[in-house]
Design a protein around this ligand. Structure first.
Ligand code: XLS
Ligand code: NI
Ligand code: NI
Length: 429
């Protein structure tokens, strides 16, 4: 039985369409730089925001009205599987993402939880087969259950570390079973509240040990997904270890994990860290670790992770600029880690929100392609650094220059004047 009987299949109707159930810009088969929009964008639906979230906030209970609300836990999970695949079909989205806790109820014991997962994973697998829809990534929720109060792999309690490890083992097996393209680690409670009671070194060493174990086990079972770390500076923990792209990169390098991981970058996490989204994407790209995107946007007037659907064209243009310059996201994609507002409590709102996000990224893709095609920014940047293409600049870049040779040069050079020439190139020009 249909979960969304009032919603038709969303089609591309072009920018003049007034149909709220239509794409105005996302035209899956339209090609940009020789690839279809569908291939460029690889959209995914986030299970937790779309099928689990209720609209609850710290001041009030949920508002969402869903047909599966009244069912018993396991039946509710099954209904959500049906809803997921109907939603993907109607939205024309090929991928989805989930935490273990999103898809099946947690049991009283680890064994019971795993049994519930097995039931739902078998169902997901059947649906994937019959619909052709795929899992962009899965992950394990190591932040909601009270046992993770002090973190998971960075907990002070070794039993918690062990439990988290067992859950990730299962998560990797599920990823393999469902052919996940990627596997994500987001450390919501991997961080600290006070340094006075924290062994920072042990916690970070343990986090690295944990990740190495995961890499080893994936190899052992032949699960070849791309592993991703999702940085976030804070919330729920005051200071999270994977603070931002640069911090995650340093961590991966220090612990000999860089060739095993890429980053899953989220727009609202970037702004929480005091960066723009494109700053995070650029940092990852130039270091070869841009893996995937969690698409959303924050509210600059609010200091937390509001996870709004992306509607800012400038931001999606600059994001897609990085993606195009990266030659695409490879096995990654664009996952809408975004939720409808509490006042948008009807099923239809889930569709409207995704349409807005997909259209905004489609426009961003086209605008970014135009920027690259017309060399708008490339030309400015090349000109700006022209002084490094010849003479002393070329010596610096090639590694030929030393402090001594540069001193000799500076002593004989004309004084640097604040002229247009001095700001764009060396005073030799
Ligand atoms: C929370 C994170 C989370 C990850 C997956 O802020 O964005 O949803 O994407 O655990
Ligand atoms: Ni996220
Ligand atoms: Ni988030």
């Amino acid at each position: 039985m249909s979960k969304f009987p009032n919603v038709p299949k969303i089609q591309y109707e072009g920018r003049s369409s007034k149909n709220p159930f239509a794409f105005k810009h996302y035209n899956p088969q339209e090609t940009v730089f020789g690839k279809t929009m569908e291939e460029h964008l690889r959209f995914a639906v986030a299970y937790w925001h779309t099928f689990n979230a209720s609209g609850a906030d710290p001041f009030g209970v949920g508002t969402a009205v869903r047909s599966w609300d009244s069912l018993s836990p396991l039946d509710r999970s099954k209904a959500r599987v049906e809803a997921n695949f109907e939603f993907l079909e109607k939205m024309n989205v090929n991928f989805y993402c989930f935490h273990d806790a999103d898809i099946a109820p947690e049991g009283a014991t680890l064994a019971e939880t795993n049994k519930n997962l097995d039931v739902i994973v078998a169902m997901l697998k059947d649906y994937q087969k019959s619909t052709g829809k795929r899992l962009l990534w899965n992950t394990v929720n190591m932040f909601s259950n009270p046992r993770y109060v002090h973190g998971a792999s960075t907990s002070n309690n070794a039993d918690v570390f062990a439990y988290a490890a067992a859950s990730v083992k299962k998560g990797l097996e599920i990823g393999k079973e469902l052919g996940a393209e990627n596997y994500v680690f987001w450390g919501g409670r991997e961080g600290y509240e006070s340094l006075l009671n924290t062994d920072l070194k042990l916690e970070q060493d343990n986090l690295a040990r944990f990740l190495h174990m995961a890499v080893d086990y994936a190899k052992e079972i032949g699960f070849d997904a791309q592993f991703l770390i999702e940085p976030k500076p804070k919330e729920p923990t005051k200071h999270q270890y994977d603070y931002d792209a640069a911090t995650a990169l340093a961590f991966l390098q220090s612990y000999d994990l860089k060739d095993k991981f890429k980053l899953n970058l989220e727009a609202n996490h970037a702004t929480l860290a005091g960066h723009t989204f494109e700053h995070e994407l650029r940092t990852a790209r130039i270091n070869g670790i841009l893996g995937s995107i969690d698409a959303n946007q924050g509210d600059l007037l609010l200091g937390w992770d509001t996870d709004e659907f992306p509607t800012d064209l400038v931001s999606t243009t600059l994001a897609m600029f990085e993606v195009l310059k990266n030659d695409g996201l490879g096995r990654g994609g664009i996952n809408f880690d975004a939720k409808v507002r509490r006042s948008s409590f009807e099923d239809e709102d889930l569709f409207f929100a995704h349409i807005a996000g997909m259209d905004t990224f489609a426009r961003g893709l086209k605008a970014a392609a135009k920027l690259i095609d017309e060399r708008v920014l490339d030309e400015i940047v090349e000109n700006r650094y022209r002084s490094f293409q010849e003479g002393i600049g070329a010596d610096i870049v090639s590694g030929k220059a030393t402090l001594k040779s540069l001193e000799a040069y500076a002593l004989q050079a004309k004084p640097i004047k604040m002229s247009r020439a001095a700001s764009s190139s060396s005073n030799l020009l």
